[in-house]
Design a protein around this ligand. Structure first.
Ligand code: NAP
Length: 243
């Protein structure tokens, strides 16, 4: 096994072929971190890798569909073989399926959304935990959303929620972050949830008000926290977000 020197950090970002995930990889790569571009489709992933390598960054492709356990296990085996550990896992892959009032929501939308945003995120995290434990300072970033904040969603000035499945899935992501973060608090691994803010990506037909560079700030910061940084927290680019 060709283990990387411990000073050369290795980060896996799921759903990194575009959007906030791609930009997170770019910003981590600029810090000298080896970035593994998680992509469920080879060509899209390779295009992203090529773009980052053209910028002089150490980017490599990892085929990974977070809803497909076989690809998760292949990714773990690949990273075990090539690096022997994983320093940073950014659980960024996510989907938004529905835009309807809660009463009109479909069970299938909830199921499909949870399959990727919650079950996929947990399956990937669980599978990579042994490799994260081998890192000197493991960091897990769960990309959540302000729409998953119970405080935000119960604000009396907020009139409607057209994203029931999505916001429920991100609330579940927050609870996974709390549960795992607290369990691992005595280890070298920190687990935090990131709120990117409303960012122009394919997920919202590029209607977001922030650039991807702004949207990636929270993920990058949580991925590179010092040892005295927070764990089991929920943060955006400005600081702590109310659960
Ligand atoms: P995006 O541009 O649509 O990117 C989503 C990424 O996730 C794509 O790379 C997509 O791959 C990937 N993905 C989807 N399902 C996957 C699966 N089963 N396995 C692996 N990869 C999968 O959206 P984005 O805005 O950058 O979203 C990134 C994260 O930020 C998400 O978790 C989202 O919920 C969160 N977020 C976004 C905003 C915002 O305003 N944009 C705000 C708050 C939170 P394909 O290209 O193959 O589809």
């Amino acid at each position: 096994m060709a283990e990387k020197s411990l000073s050369q950090r290795v980060a896996l970002i799921t759903g990194a072929n575009k959007g906030i995930g791609f930009e997170t990889a770019r910003q981590l790569g600029r810090q000298g971190i080896t970035v593994l571009i998680g992509s469920r489709e080879k060509q899209r992933g390779q295009k992203a890798v090529d773009a980052l390598r053209a910028e002089g960054l150490d980017a490599r492709l990892v085929l990974l569909d977070v809803t497909n356990q076989a690809t998760i296990e292949q990714a773990v085996a690949q990273i075990q073989r090539e690096f022997g550990r994983l320093d940073i896992l950014v659980n960024n892959a996510g989907i938004l399926l529905e835009r309807v009032s809660p009463a009109d929501g479909e069970v299938e939308n909830l199921r499909g959304t949870f399959e990727t945003n919650v079950f996929g995120l947990f399956a990937v995290t669980k599978a990579f935990l042994p490799l994260l434990r081998k890192a000197p300072a493991g960091r897990i970033v769960n990309v959540s959303s302000a729409l998953g904040s119970l405080s935000t969603m119960t604000d009396p000035h907020r009139l409607e929620n057209k994203y029931l499945a999505y916001s429920a899935s991100k609330a579940a992501v927050n609870m996974i972050t709390i549960a795992l973060g607290r369990e691992l608090a005595g280890t070298r691994i920190k687990v935090n949830a990131a709120a990117p803010g409303y960012t122009a990506t394919a997920m919202n037909n590029f209607s977001g008000t922030q650039t991807v560079a702004e949207g990636a700030i929270a993920s990058v910061r949580l991925a590179t926290l010092p040892d005295d940084g927070p764990t089991a927290g929920f943060l955006d680019a400005k600081g702590t977000v109310a659960w």
